[in-house]
Design a protein around this ligand. Structure first.
Ligand code: ADP
Ligand code: MG
Length: 261
């Protein structure tokens, strides 16, 4: 059984990509087989795993718009995870898809043929456009990384509205797995207060533990590896390992049957 998790928040810089790379590497350490999908035309996930998009002949854009088999574009990385990489051409895919029938289902159907992965993690772009909606349509669950700052909740309602629409029209079984506090500064009460307000206001679970803000994260992408490899025993790496273990437990929870929205 594959668990497909979309990591989404239309706000940029909240550690979506860092979380996908780090949780992916942590799941691989636990012995799970993992596919990461870069859905951001900026290709930050692809870069951060040591792959130069310029060197790629096939990428996620060919899979989504040209009917190329995903297996032809998937590459192995040094972090023990497979990657369906992105290039800047994905920006055009987003425009191409806008006029296509069934566009919401394009990721789901492209990944359907793959088997053998325990986890597929979808790194969403910083928007609520076609690619994010298609990712939510393909996913069992959505995880929302959130930087615990005063204004960080402004987008959460909008994202949850999109989730609601997706449940209604394209994926009734989409589950919100919760918010993942990132760039967390535990020295201030402020961060905790903001987090509590957000989880209360929107009735969201908080996935523990919060990921501490540390400079180590800035160093990892340049090395082409996740923080689990570049800074093995750092607090940040350790936090992501605990998050991954909690996600594994979460994936084993029985599904709640939801009536039509
Ligand atoms: P997003 O994908 O949401 O735009 P990124 O994962 O690219 O966010 O992260 C944005 C920036 O924050 C990157 O430069 C990344 O290295 C940095 N970053 C991510 N997590 C942390 C952290 N826990 N501590 C410090 N810097 C972080
Ligand atoms: Mg990103």
């Amino acid at each position: 059984m594959t668990t497909t998790l979309a990591i989404a928040n239309q706000k940029g810089g909240v550690a979506k990509t860092t979380s996908v790379a780090s949780i992916g590497a942590a799941l691989a350490e636990l012995g799970h087989s993992v596919l990461l999908v870069d859905l951001d035309p900026q290709a930050c996930l692809t870069f951060s795993l040591g792959i130069d998009p310029e060197d790629l002949e096939t990428s996620v854009h060919h899979v989504l718009t040209k009917g190329i088999d995903a297996t032809e574009a998937i590459i192995e990385t040094d972090d023990g995870v497979d990657l369906l990489p992105a290039t800047i051409e994905l920006a055009r895919a987003e425009a191409d898809l806008l006029t296509r029938t069934g566009r919401e289902h394009v990721i789901k159907s492209s990944l359907e043929e793959l088997d053998g992965y325990d986890w597929v993690l979808l790194d969403c772009p910083p928007s609520l456009g076609v690619l994010t909606v298609a990712a939510l349509t393909a996913a069992d669950g959505v995880l929302i990384p959130l930087q615990c700052e005063t204004l960080s909740h402004r987008g959460v309602g909008q994202l949850l509205d999109t989730v609601h629409d997706v449940r209604r029209f394209t994926n009734r079984s989409l589950d919100v797995w919760g918010v993942l506090p990132t760039l967390y500064d535990g020295r201030t009460n402020h961060a905790r207060t903001v987090l509590e307000t957000i989880s209360d206001t929107y009735d969201l679970e908080v996935v523990e533990p919060p990921i501490p803000k540390t400079i180590k994260f800035a160093e990892a992408p340049a090395a082409g590896r996740s923080i689990l490899a570049t800074s093995r025993s750092s607090k940040g790496a350790q936090a992501y390992r605990e998050v991954a273990a909690n996600l594994v437990r979460r994936s084993q929870r029985p599904k709640v049957k939801r009536k039509k929205a």
